[in-house]
Structures are given as C-alpha cells and as structure tokens.
Design a protein around this ligand. Sequence first.
Ligand code: BGC
Ligand code: BGC
Length: 684
Amino acid sequence: MKLSAIGFFAVTSLALAHAGIRGNVIDESGAPIKNATVTVRALPRLVASARTLSDDKGAFDFDKAKLNAAGKKALKKRGQSLIVRKTGFLPETLSVAPNKNYGNITLKRDPIENRIDELMASMTIDDMIAQMTQAKAPATTCGGKLCGSALEGGGAYTADFYTKAWSHKIPVTYGKDNVHGVADVTGTTVFPHNIGLGATRDSALVRKIGQAVAEEMWAAHIDLNFAPAITVPQDERWGRVYEGFGETTELAVDLGAAFVRGQQGDKNDADWRVITTLKHFIGDGATDKGYDRGNATLTDKDIYEKYLPPYEAAIEQGSMSVMASFNQVNGIHQHVDSARLTGILKTELGFDGYVIADWEGIESSTTPGAAGDYSPGLVTGISSKDAIKNAINAGIDLAMVPQSAEAFVRNMKELAASGDISEERIKDATRRILRAKIRAGRIDNPNGPAAYVGIAKNIGCAEHRQIAREAVQKSLVVLKNKKALPLSTNGKVFVTGSHANNTGLQCGAWTKSWQGGTSDIPGATSIQAGFDEVAKGTRVATAEEAGTIVYVIGETPYAEWFGDYRGEDFNNKIINKTDGKVAFRTTDSDIEQIKAWKAAGHKVVVVLITGRPLPITPLIDATDAFVVAWLPGSEGAGVADVLFGKVKPSGKLPHTWPKDAKQIPINVGDGKKGLFPYGYGLTY
Ligand code: BGC
Ligand code: BGC
C-alpha cells in the first residue's frame, strides 16, 4: 500500500516538474521574437507534442500554455527535445530537463533569407503575383511574367516542358500527382497505392519507395510531387480511402514522414531531392458520410490529436509544400480557413514552406459541398475575386489554377492595387515559394541534379521494380486460410477472374489517367503472368484440370468522388464503374461460382483487388482462403510470391474490416467489433 502511494506521488511530481519549462526567445540583436513556435516532441515517434508560442515579450511558459491531453502526455515523457522555431530563423533544438528555465534562447537569422532578399530585390509585384501562380503546363507565363509553377492533372504529361521551365534563374516547378510512382509516364514502376503500403507497416520500405519515385521523377523531368497524402481516412465510403496509409494517425505519421525522407533525404539534403506536397489540409478523410469534398465535423481535440501529427512529423522532415483541402471543417472551406492555414499550420506548427491550393480549389471555395456540383470555370466574376481575396488572405501562397491562371493574375493585380491583399502578404507568399525552391536546390541548380535528370534507365528499372515487388509481397493481407495456402509448386492452379490478367485494374486510378482504366500498363506484370514467373508449369487453362482455383476479382478503378458511395446500403456489392458513372455489382454470382467450384472438389482462394475494406462477408465465408491485395501496381508477381509461400505473408490490416455496411464508419477504438480487427493478418 505504502509503496504504491509513493509511486503515485513520484509520478505526479515528475509531471509537475516537467510543466515548469519556460524561457525567452530573442533574436541576435536581443529583441524578443513574438509568436515563435516552441515544441516539446514526444519521442521516438511524433504522435504527440506539446506546443506553445512566445508572447509579445518573447516569453514562453508551458505552465501557462493551453495543452490538450496529448500535449500533456508529451510533456511527461523523458528524453525529448525542445524545438524553437520561427520563419526566417534557424531552428534551435535543446534537450528537455525538468522544471527548466531556459533563460534567453537566441535564434539566428537563417542565411537563406539573404538569398531570398537578393532574388526578390529585382522582382516587381507583378513578378511576385506570377510566382504565386501555378498554371497548366506547358504554359510558363502568367500575365506575361514567369509563373512560379505549372502542373498537369491525371493522365497528362509534357515530356519536354522542362526545356522551357528550367532555363531561368528561378525555374518554373513542374507538379504532378506521382502518388504511387510516376504513373502517367510510360514504362515507369507503379508502386502499390498507399493503403497497401499501410499494410506493410514498413517505414524503411516506404522510404526506399520515396527515393525510387524521386529518381523516376527526375528521369521524367518532374521536380514537384503532389504526394504524400497523409490523410487519416475514417469512412470506407470515401472514394479516396486508398490514397491514405490507413485509419490511424500512427500510420500517417510513420509512413508519411518516411516517404518524405525517401524523396528528400534525412535533412532535405539528398542529391535527388524533389519537393513533396502533404495533402489535403485538413480533415479530408473525416468528412460526414465520407463525401469527397464534403464537411468534416471536428473538435479541436480531433484536429490536434488525430489529423495534425502527420503534418508535424512530415514538416519536421523537411516537406516544403502543403496542399489545402477541398473539404470544409465545421462549415469552413479549407481554402479560406485562416485560423487553420495561418493559425495552426504556419504559426503553431511554424511551417515556413508554402500552402498550395488544390485544383481550382480557390474557385470552388465559393460553392462548397458535394463534389458533383463543382464546376470549375473561368474565374471572372466578382465572387471569384472575393474567393481569391479570402483564400490568399487566409494563407494560400501558390494558386493551382490550371483553368484560370490569367484570370487569377488579373484579379490579384486588382486586389493588390486596392489594398485588399497587402503587399506584405504577397511578399510573404513569394518568400515561401522561393524558400522551397532554394531548399530543394532548384535555384542553385535550375537544371536539376545531373546524375538523375533525364536518366532514362532509371525509369521502370529492375531495382525499382524489385522494391515495388517487395512492397506487394509485404502488403498482402491473408484474412482467411482453411488449409488452402500456401499453394504447392507441384500442384495445378487455375488463375481466373476479372482482375487476374489486367494490369490497368491492378494499378487502379492515378495511372495513365486520372480515373484509371482497364487498358494494360506497359511494362507491368499481371497477377496471372506472375504465376508463370514464380511457379512455372503450375498454371492450367481450365478449372477442371486444377486442384486450386485462384479467383482474382475486385473494384474497378476510380478517383476522388467517382469512388464515393453515397447510397444507403452497399452490403455484398463491389464498385463497378461503367461509362464514367459509379455503379455497383452484387457478389451473388461470385458466391455461386465459388460454391460450384467447391462442389466440384476444388479449393478456392479469392484475391481481392480493392481500395478499401468491403462489407462482403458471405463471399469471404464461401472461400477456402481470402487474401486482400489492395491496389498492388505494376509488379503482380509479388502476389504469387506470397501465395506459393516463397515469401511469408506479413501484411496487417490498415483498416478495421467491417462485417456489414451498417457498421461503416468503423475504426479502431470506436468500440465496434468488425469482421477482422485493425492489424489483423494471418501467416503461414
Ligand atoms: C486532387 C489533388 C491533386 C490535384 C492535381 C485534385 O483534384 O484533389 O489531390 O493533387 O487534383 O491533380
Ligand atoms: C485532372 C485531375 C484533377 C481533377 C480535378 C482532372 O481533369 O486530371 O488531376 O484532380 O480534374 O477535378
């Protein structure tokens, strides 16, 4: 009794001692630095941190800080560091000691700021406005001046754009959604979509993927990536579930930061570094009923503890671009949410990179709501001008305006002239964009790192394909196995089903087109072809000849709201998009087929290609073994590697698997018992 009471007091006093952390932030002249971000990180992983800001006198005091539960917990942990940062200064890292008054902490001006000053000295306001504009490639001028950036959406790619974009002192960055490889470019390696990487739980592997993607980007002359998505998807009805690593904050923290490390190096210093974009800020995966671009009803606690830590971790890792989200949070569109863009992201987190709008996202902030209603058009009306004013003043720095760059520039000039957008705001936005370009090495070396740029042999090379195959192997989740797996290399297998021999289906969306499709992807290996590679001679041409039937079925590809399910009941149904419209098919015919094969004495293994867990319990019940392959990408042989037991299955569910549609949304910790829990996965 006595002992435990002593223990209790010891713990309590330790906690109180830690809360005494205080000090003063000053610059080299001794002047106080207001609004410096002071963070205590909870190591080893940044899933919780305590954060406060210095006041007018530069003072900070964790005793007086408003800390949430995660923050308080972070303070109690031993061995963390105190990081002090402020845009324009070099960050200071100190070790945390209990009850410590740090006295004066001096931040030195970041030398990069002098370089930005030099670049900006010759820039007019019009130059700066153009720098803030991201047009659609191959355009390089915005209002007659050099654009800051250009992009192309899903499916589009201009191979020689760099010849016009990079021949300047300040190059025009070229952004693409290389969300699972440089998948719009022919012959590249297509990695599993993030949901599959979440199943691997392997941050070292995700880091290797980040580097491989950067190498293929440079080979294809792309220096800006709209990835990683560090969303924490909560509702399986959302059409973008597969773009996230999984339903927990931990997965987005670990794997998001790992991808950034791969793309940029440990200290944003790798030769091959590209600019990564964290998306979509914030709450994209938390919308009501999983509506893409809908409203997320969130408390501050949700934001700070669930959705913000992945941003904090990836920003600390050096990511210099954050994409604002189309969704609203408690009714506020995220492109005009100054409290979160400028308040939380830039001030509280101390993010000194730039915030980029999503595709015509500024325009869409005037008509938020269901994505179906979204109609990007020419931005000419007064409401669009207001939208620009609101978004830029809220904290958007780079406007992704592929369909309205000229109108954006025109409106910006008027807003600058009228003072509706201050010169200070325009300069801050420009500085942020230039800061990112300098850190990424784009100013020192506008033509990019010679060892990587245009190196065609890096595209779809054996080394990258091997990394992708390893990712497929580790992403497979075996949910059921009644003595059907592993397959024997002496047996006979019939590999069939809609997705068995179609590399378009197995790659999913954001591959050769925005929505994805059924055309084969050049250089990719289908799941069926993988069987021949891994266990030559086992595959037979008819069910009758086979001992085991491997039935590969699943969803057809979809991107964004085209993958939303907005009906009441999608029990036992699989998305089956036809003619660009979302449609579903029931699993009845699959179940009949499986039963017939089993009645004829065959074992049946189902391999499911899917971007999310599906409520298809009767189908799973009908099988002998059930394996989820997610959206594996170009290296289909990874599936056979695992089915034949050449590689042991190790994948774990990145989402709770629902019993039926009524359970959705279902997430670990919500008290609901699904068919399989988060983290489930069998091996043999
Ligand atoms: C998506 C973004 C993407 C952008 C550019 C938008 O519709 O929401 O994730 O980066 O398009 O293609
Ligand atoms: C583009 C996508 C973009 C979408 C936004 C499409 O036309 O290809 O990249 O995300 O439009 O609506």
